[in-house]
Ligand binder design. Structure first.
Ligand SMILES: [Zn+2]
Length: 231
């Protein structure tokens, strides 16, 4: 974190009605970010591109249909600021807003048209208790509002509490997550095309680990949507 961004986060604690990226004062209709910065979001639009970078990253690791990410996630970039707000500053409405924006873009596209169910990557109950909410579930809720596709947030569960993934290598990340997810009811996802939703995709190990129990369901298909991609 740069000294500038530390100062910025500090100021933002006391002036939450300022844009989390440029610091300009927000008007009543703006939510955490000003409209001008919102227009500058580095969208990937990769839902329109079969074989995109995210799909390349995951190819051969497990069977999936499509992967799309809303924006490019860069250090100190706009999306990083927004993710920081909803992950560590309790700004739940920002996660919902981004979910809605993403869904507005993909609405009516081939990417979303065959999806039956939106499934957020779960948090372990212990972490859920600390944060108070699952940010991926909020993104999923925002997407559901726009697409009118239901969210399933209690079937896929994180049964093992694992340390944070930040600062781990790809191999370490995989060792850390590969056995931690399970399904409560194997029938709920049978014959469904589920859209797994996460905040940011980095090495893809969390998503891959989620797919293990899901793929045990009869005739299930998986697609993936994340707000950010770090490649
Ligand atoms: Zn701004």
């Amino acid at each position: 974190m740069t000294p500038h961004s530390i100062l910025h986060d500090f100021l933002h604690l006391f002036f939450p009605d300022c844009c989390c990226f440029c610091g300009n004062k927000l008007n009543v209709s703006e939510n955490g970010i000003c409209l001008e910065c919102l227009y500058k979001l580095p969208k990937t639009n990769n839902f329109k591109i079969p074989g995109n970078k995210a799909e390349e990253l995951m190819a051969g690791r497990f069977p999936f249909q499509r992967i799309a990410s809303f924006c490019v996630y860069t250090k100190d970039g706009i999306l990083q600021k927004l993710v920081h707000q909803f992950k560590y500053n309790n700004r739940k409405e920002i996660a919902i807003m981004l979910g809605r924006l993403f869904a507005n873009d993909i609405l009516g596209s081939e990417f979303i048209s065959s999806i039956d169910l939106i499934v957020p990557v779960p948090l372990h109950p212990k972490r859920l208790k600390i944060r108070g909410y699952n940010q991926s579930e909020l993104i999923a809720r925002g997407m559901s509002e726009v697409t009118e596709i239901s969210v399933s947030s209690s079937n896929l569960i994180r049964s093992i509490y694992n340390p944070t993934q930040t600062k781990r290598s790809r191999t370490q990340r995989w060792e850390n997550v590969k056995d931690i997810f399970e399904l409560r009811n194997i029938n709920e996802f049978a014959n469904k095309h589920v859209l797994l939703v996460d905040d940011v995709i980095t090495t893809g190990s969390t998503i891959e680990a989620c797919s293990i129990p899901i793929l045990k369901c009869n005739n299930v298909k998986i697609s993936i949507a994340t707000l950010g991609e770090v490649f």
